[in-house]
Design a protein around this ligand. Structure first.
Ligand code: GYE
Length: 311
C-alpha cells in the first residue's frame, strides 16, 4: 500500500509540474528532433511544457528564462547556444529555487548553478570522427577542410579539439581550412563552396569534417555542384546521425557519422522527478552515447528506424 501511495503521489506530482524549455532554435535536423522529442517526453509524463524558441540568440534565451522565473515554473530546461554569459540568469534561477537542467550543450559557469547537464561527450565525438579518418586514409596524405559549429558553442569547441587530438601524430593528415558553418545546411554549403574554390576546385581536398550532419549535407551538395563525387573524391565525416546522412550513405555520398540521441529530455525529466520526489541529487553530468556509423552499418535500416522518431 505504501508503494502504491508513493507511486500515485509522484505521478500526481509530475502531472502538476510546469516546466520552461528555452530552445536554441531550429538550425539543424537534430535540433528539430530534440524539440519534438522533448515535447513528447513532457506529455508522456503529464508535464506542462512552456516552449521558447530563441532564434539562435542568447539574449532571447536569457529573456525567456527570466520569464519562466517570473511565472514560477517548477524547473527550467535550457540548451545554451554559447558557453559564456550565463552566470547572472542562472544565479537568479537558483535564488528563486528553480532547478535548471542543461540539455546538449555546456556552459562556463559554476556547477552549482545547475542541477545536471544531459549531453554527449563532445570531445569524444570529435575523437571518434578523427579516429575513423585516420583508419580510412592509412598512410595516404590527406588535406582536411573543417566546417565548425556555432562560434563559442561547446560542441564547436570540443568537436574541434577531439578531432585534432585524433589526428595529432599522424603527419599525413592536416586541417588546411576551418571555418564556421553555424550548424546549418545552407551555411555548410556556402562555406564548402569557398573551400573548393580556394583548394584548386576541390582537387586538393581529401576529406571534409563537419561538426554536424546538416553542414555535411550542404557540403555534399557543393561537392556535387563542383563536379566531384562526395564519398569517393572527397570523404565526408560528421556528427549527429540524422536520417538525411544515412540517406547520403545509401547513395554512397557520406562515409561516417557519430550518433547523437535527440532524447536528452527523457533522462533529464527522470532526474528531475527523482529530485522533486525525495531530493535525490543526480550526477552533475549525464553523458549520452557516441556511436560511429559507416555505410557498413546498414544505413537504409538506420534511416528507416529514425524516420518518425521526432525527425
Ligand atoms: O550536434 C547540432 C545542433 O548542441 C550538440 O547542435 C548539439 C548540436 C548538434 O545544431 O546539430
Amino acid at each position: 500500500a505504501a508503494s502504491i501511495a508513493t507511486a500515485l503521489s509522484s505521478s500526481a506530482m509530475a502531472a502538476d509540474m510546469t516546466i520552461g524549455f528555452s530552445q536554441i532554435g531550429s538550425e539543424s535536423g537534430w535540433r528539430a528532433a530534440e524539440t519534438s522529442v522533448t515535447k513528447q517526453q513532457a506529455e508522456k509524463r503529464g508535464i506542462t511544457l512552456k516552449f521558447a524558441d530563441a532564434q539562435q540568440k542568447q539574449e532571447n534565451q536569457i529573456k525567456a528564462i527570466r520569464g519562466f522565473i517570473a511565472q514560477g515554473v517548477d524547473a527550467i530546461l535550457v540548451a545554451p547556444v554559447v558557453a559564456t554569459g550565463w552566470d547572472d540568469v542562472l544565479t537568479e534561477a537558483k535564488e528563486a529555487k528553480i532547478p535548471v537542467i542543461l540539455l546538449d550543450r555546456g556552459v562556463d559557469a559554476s556547477q552549482d548553478l545547475y542541477l545536471t547537464s544531459v549531453a554527449s561527450d563532445q570531445v569524444k565525438e570529435g575523437k571518434v570522427a578523427g579516429d575513423w579518418l585516420v583508419g580510412a586514409v592509412k598512410d595516404k596524405d590527406c588535406k582536411v577542410v573543417e566546417l565548425q559549429g556555432t562560434v563559442g558553442s561547446t560542441p564547436a569547441i570540443n568537436r574541434k579539439k577531439g578531432f585534432e587530438e585524433a589526428i595529432a601524430g599522424h603527419n599525413n593528415i592536416s586541417i588546411v581550412r576551418s571555418q564556421t558553418g553555424d550548424f546549418t545546411r545552407s551555411k555548410g554549403k556556402e562555406v564548402m563552396e569557398g573551400f573548393l574554390k580556394a583548394e584548386n576546385g576541390g582537387k586538393g581536398i581529401c576529406a571534409v569534417y563537419a561538426h554536424n550532419d546538416d553542414m555535411a549535407v550542404g557540403a555534399i551538395q557543393a561537392i556535387k555542384d563542383a563536379g566531384l563525387k562526395p564519398g569517393t573524391d572527397i570523404l565526408v565525416v560528421s556528427i549527429d546521425g540524422v536520417p538525411d546522412i544515412f540517406a547520403a550513405m545509401v547513395a554512397g555520398e557520406a562515409n561516417a557519422t557519430v550518433e547523437l540521441t535527440p532524447n536528452m529530455a527523457g533522462p533529464a525529466l527522470d532526474a528531475l522527478a527523482a529530485y522533486k520526489k525525495d531530493g535525490t541529487v543526480p550526477p552533475k553530468f549525464i553523458i549520452t552515447e557516441s556511436k560511429l556509423y559507416t555505410p557498413a552499418d546498414n544505413p537504409q535500416g538506420e534511416y528507416d528506424a529514425r524516420k518518425g522518431l521526432g525527425y
